[in-house]
Design a protein around this ligand. Structure first.
Ligand SMILES: [Zn+2]
Ligand SMILES: [Zn+2]
Ligand SMILES: [Zn+2]
Length: 282
């Protein structure tokens, strides 16, 4: 399996376009991996994690067209992870040629929020109506957490995140070809039940991706911070939850105490993990 980071920023992107704090000014000056779009990722060329607001830009900038995407695992319905207009822009009504039917997975609350937004602004009627799904070339799949399910060639297990309960956010474990990925954003401290699930399913992760909204020295609260990610990287190793050569990578990076990429990458290297950047392929 190949995982490409299409975006690695939190909701406000990085640099925050309207912000002149020291971190944003330095990121602007440095460019390259210090420029982050809103979080999303691509597994191989057919499974997208989050229909995020910047995926069109990311696909073009990083040479990762989404033309073969037939599955999407939606973590939750927050606007930095879900732009409902993508469902229109990728539909035959917009002249899109050759796009496979999109199998869209998410919690019932997230799919409900998506349908509400579409019904309010963009389509007549409900996305839960099979005729609307056919028109948009999409099929909805409500996900039950903690029960493995097949998504094409992948086996997926959803873990409830510690994040806005109104959208029932999910973190995803994705397995195929003897490889295992954990995509863990957005969340605050992982509940013990998540760790128990890792052990119960005897998982050995090749790649663990974790929320890193807040940087070194930040206490964290509603999302994970650098301190939390360093502690989790150590715990994953101690509990033998990483496969040989397994990597822990941080994403969903905000300007709050996270310096631009080179300095943040050096901090992470000294604390047992790595910092993802837009376009990184592992
Ligand atoms: Zn987010
Ligand atoms: Zn800033
Ligand atoms: Zn969120």
């Amino acid at each position: 399996m190949q995982l490409t980071f299409l975006g690695t920023a939190a909701a406000n992107a990085y640099p925050e376009a309207f912000c002149s704090c020291a971190n944003c000014e330095q990121a602007r000056a440095l460019g390259g991996p210090s420029l982050r779009k809103r979080s999303a990722a691509l597994v191989n060329d057919d499974l997208l994690i989050d229909l995020g607001p910047d995926v069109h830009t990311a696909a073009a900038l990083h040479g990762r067209p989404l033309t073969n995407v037939r599955y999407c695992l939606q973590t939750h319905a927050h606007a930095d992870h879900l732009d409902p207009s993508h469902l229109l822009s990728r539909s035959p009504a917009y002249g899109v040629v050759g796009a496979p039917q999109l199998q869209l997975y998410g919690s019932p609350a997230t799919l409900g929020r998506l349908a509400e937004t579409l019904a309010r602004d963009l389509i007549p009627g409900s996305l839960f109506d099979p005729a609307a799904q056919e028109q948009l070339n999409v099929e909805l799949h409500p996900v039950t957490p903690l029960a493995p399910f097949a998504v094409g060639p992948y086996t997926v297990l959803a873990i409830p995140a510690n994040h806005d309960p109104s959208v029932e956010p999910l973190l995803y474990i994705i397995q195929a070809d003897g490889h295992c990925i954990f995509y863990g954003t957005d969340t605050a401290a992982l509940p013990e039940s998540a760790w128990q699930t890792f052990h119960a399913h005897r998982l050995h992760f090749n790649v663990v991706v974790l929320d890193h909204t807040y940087g070194p020295g930040h206490p964290g609260d509603d999302h994970l911070s650098a301190r939390d990610v360093a502690a989790y990287a150590a715990r994953l190793r101690a509990a033998k939850l990483l496969a040989d050569g397994g990597r822990v990578l941080a994403t969903h990076i905000a300007h709050d105490a996270n310096p631009p990429h080179p300095e943040l990458a050096a901090y992470a290297a000294a604390h047992g993990y790595e910092i993802a950047y837009d376009g990184l392929c592992v």
